[in-house]
Design a protein around this ligand. Sequence first.
Ligand code: NAD
Ligand code: AKB
Length: 314
Amino acid sequence: MKRETILVIGANGQIGTALLPRLQALYGTDSVIGADLRQPAQKSGIFELLDATKADALAELVQRYGVTQIYHLAAVLSAKGETDPLGAWNLNMQTLLNVLEVARIHQVRKLFVPSSIAAFGEHAPKFETPQTASLDPATVYGISKVAAENWSLYYHKRYGLDVRSLRYPGLISYQSMPGGGTTDYAVAIFHAAVQGQPFECFLAEDTLLPMMYMDDALRATLELMEAPENRISVRTSYNLAGMSFTPAELTASIQTYFPDFTTRYVPDFRQAIADSWPRTIDDTVARNDWGWQPEFDLPRMTQEMITQLSTIYQ
Ligand code: NAD
Ligand code: AKB
């Protein structure tokens, strides 16, 4: 068992819910502290209530437990962010700056600060978007991700802080519902299908987006965090690819299990957000630097989601 004390901020969210058990298995249940605004639905291990916009409360927690690594997952995501742009900016930036400062002052050894495909915008190539494509996002969420990438690089260069980051695609998981993103349809659709209900999709049927099954995302995260420092050449955030598909392709994949399943397409404001994002991602740098290799394609992810959710809903 590795000797670290790990704080996961935003632990009740889509990623935190799936990440916590993995970290507990790797480092020991007593070495992982989950923290969030509210108590989790199911508590396992150490949990602390925390509002990460409050710098003093965060610092107290880090000191009390002697935290050596932080996973900073608290954020407002793309779609929710557009309903309150200034609120989203304030939360995303205040929590980020508090985490960077507390890590600097209290000598936290390693920090994970996720970014997103939302960092890209109009002037990035839509297909095989390269690592160094221009970053001119169309959403406040994307702007906060670009700022976070640059702040992370700054803290690394100026203070030597070991901050690591991935530009996650839309993540698909069965453990919890996603929290207000544009790619959320790709989770909700499975819940409808497994319950024998038709699905109403808020994106058009031909909207191609980069996606990833949570297992791959967690493995990428832990591989990045375990990689030797000399293998990390990117201190903004690494491009990361799993698969890309449209709502129509996902529907067809689900229909191989449920032939009567149907999707109706009723695009809303989230269509414009999706249209501003890449269609496919070039993650060559992550592959070359620390050996990234995805394992889940659309058929395998569909099978896993249906198997897992069928157990939950039975
Ligand atoms: P989520 O919305 O599911 O969870 C975020 C969690 O943060 C929630 O439990 C929320 O209660 C908590 N939180 C919000 N404000 C807080 C505060 N002030 N103090 C403490 N906790 C607070 O998000 P997620 O999907 O788990 O995403 C985690 C990170 O990964 C975010 O930075 C997100 O931008 C990034 N990301 C996620 C995806 C995805 O598809 N899920 C894709 C790309 C990037
Ligand atoms: C969202 O849709 O906002 C997130 C993301 C891709 O960052 N899932």
